[in-house]
Design a protein around this ligand. Sequence first.
Ligand SMILES: [Zn+2]
Length: 363
Amino acid sequence: MTATSRGGVREAPQGRRVASDELAGDDRYSRQSRFWAIGPAGQERIRAGHVVVVGCGALGSADISLLARAGVGRITVVDRDFVELSNLQRQLLFEEADAVAGVPKAIAAARAVARINSSVEVRPFVADVTAANVEGFVAGADVVLDGTDNFETRYLVNDACVKQGVPWVYGGAVGSTGMSMTIVPGETACFRCLFPAPPPVGSMETCETAGVLAAGIVTIAAIQAAETLKILVGDRDNRSPGLTAVDVWTNDHVQAEGRLREPACPCCGQRRFEYLDAVATSRTASLCGRDAIQVSPGKAQSLDLAGLGHRLEATGPVTVSDYLVRCRADGHEMTVFADGRAIIKGTSDLAVARSLYARYVGI
Ligand SMILES: [Zn+2]
């Protein structure tokens, strides 16, 4: 599923027609290209750049806003979820109407970028990033940005980026704190050098248990966006040298010196890509910060959403859009996407979610 926003004639707020050549004038990026490390040549590299943002929640949303305004020419956004009211406190690209309509975040992000900077080409994908598709998303990117909320996806991104030699910028935030690290395969430590194994389930604070401040997230997104511009313009000397940790409430700021690459690292040391090679990927996952479970089919589908919606009408009210079908399933809200995934709200029980999926979707 792709959509593209390009220049064209559009309605100005006062009703005046604005031609695309007015929007592409020299003035647009003048304050940025005047900055000593960018200049006209750097601005051209930014325009020619392709950035892939994996996950479009709070971090990804702020990343995309900054990079679209900076004039990054192509942005690919991948996200598996849809907009809800509780997102609006921190997910800067989305508005109330997106939450009311339950628009997939990747689609809402593409629409927002079209309003911010119509010269940016956006490719939105409503999809879960898995071992089966992550290499395809990373291929051809100049930089990949981490907007995810879970370790499993970060290890997948790390494997794919190290394998293909694509730089990526890790980011994470919870409470008032956040962390970021720039990973350049062949030069810096990778994510697995730093975190060899995922933390035990339940051992980490989440946005659900500790809450999260938008200010902390946006601080990390700003660091990720700056690192992205440094990579695009080729300023190797000023890249962040290691792990950055910031607490916007207690004012702690830690810049850890870059740890050397770990020769025994399975990923960048031995080039064993264990997460990419994982034969069995989980069919169910609980979603961070949500009383909800995602159920995925074994392999991506291409559902006839209108047909599914029609069948589900027998069970009660059904909403069908171009991207999803929403219904009530035994008192739970179930949202089914065209790739066959479903998000079932109001339960944290994997078995309950799988059972509802089998009964209502039946893949
Ligand atoms: Zn490594």
